[in-house]
Write a protein of this length. Structure first.
Ligand code: 4F9
Length: 250
């Protein structure tokens, strides 16, 4: 997969792609990431990329000319039809489903803004989807672009070890993950749950699903409402809630 990032800080992108799983994926040629800096597409001596907003107010807006020139240069390197994505807090939520969709594509353009963001006309003429990684404001779109790159790259066949790629992932079920433990069996007075120490696979799976459902219900009721619960999960939630009720009155 070929990803291009339009950014005023290419070094942020390149630095983040060196270590770990992502760095290895780039080294092995499974993912190719290029950057295009709008500052290289300025014409004035000061290499100006921003200007004051029409209508007044604080903050600066990215000038359309260098941004569109940078976008066009990056798009020219990508396979035809690669989606052009702008990272902004005004975008639609980035989800595991969207990561999966992107991971099947040969190419992807990510545009990272700074300041108050892009001139709306650039969004209209050059952007296919405006995407947000969460309800907070960043100082620029670079970290958001990196979040997208990470979530997408690890879904590309070969990027993760075969053992991990086959594993059912947390959000595939629409639930949060269950708790994990490793040795020692007791740490700072806290024991690994007994069920995980016995080798009874069915009991372990049942315990894990119950934990996942309980956590999701407690921490992310929006996920329970949206997806409904997977097969067998509703009963486990009832069981969990009944035990909880028992603890309160016991
Ligand atoms: C981008 C916030 C994506 C959330 C870009 C300031 C952003 C963002 N998701 N905030 N520039």
């Amino acid at each position: 997969m070929h990803i291009e990032v339009v950014t005023l800080f290419p070094e942020m992108i390149h630095a983040a792609l060196k270590p770990g799983v992502l760095g290895r994926a780039v080294e092995r040629g499974l993912v190719r990431v290029g950057c295009e800096d709008p500052r290289g597409h300025t014409q004035d001596v000061h290499r100006t990329v921003d200007d004051r907003p029409y209508g007044g107010g604080p903050g600066m807006v990215l000038k359309p000319e260098p941004m569109t020139a940078a976008i066009d240069a990056a798009v020219a390197r990508l396979p035809a039809g690669s989606p052009r994505v702008y990272l902004s807090a005004q975008g639609v939520p980035f989800t595991q489903a969207l990561a999966k969709e992107f991971s099947t594509l040969p190419g992807l353009l990510l545009v990272a803004g700074r300041y108050e963001g892009l001139d709306e006309r650039v969004i209209e003429s050059r952007i296919d989807r405006e995407v947000s990684i969460g309800d907070y404001v960043l100082s620029g779109g670079e970290f958001a672009a990196l979040v997208v790159i990470d979530a997408v790259a690890r879904l590309i066949p070969g990027v993760l070890g075969d053992d991990r790629s086959a594993v059912e992932e947390s959000f595939d079920s629409g639930l949060l993950d269950w708790p994990h433990y490793t040795r020692p069996v007791e740490f700072e007075g806290r024991k690994v749950p007994d069920v995980l120490q016995g080798g009874h696979h069915a009991d372990i799976q049942r315990w894990r699903l119950k934990q996942a459902v309980a956590r999701t219900w407690l921490r992310r009721p929006d996920l329970v409402a949206k997806g409904g619960l997977p097969a067998g999960a509703a009963e486990l939630l009832e069981e969990f809630l009944a035990e909880r009720e028992g603890e309160e009155h016991g």
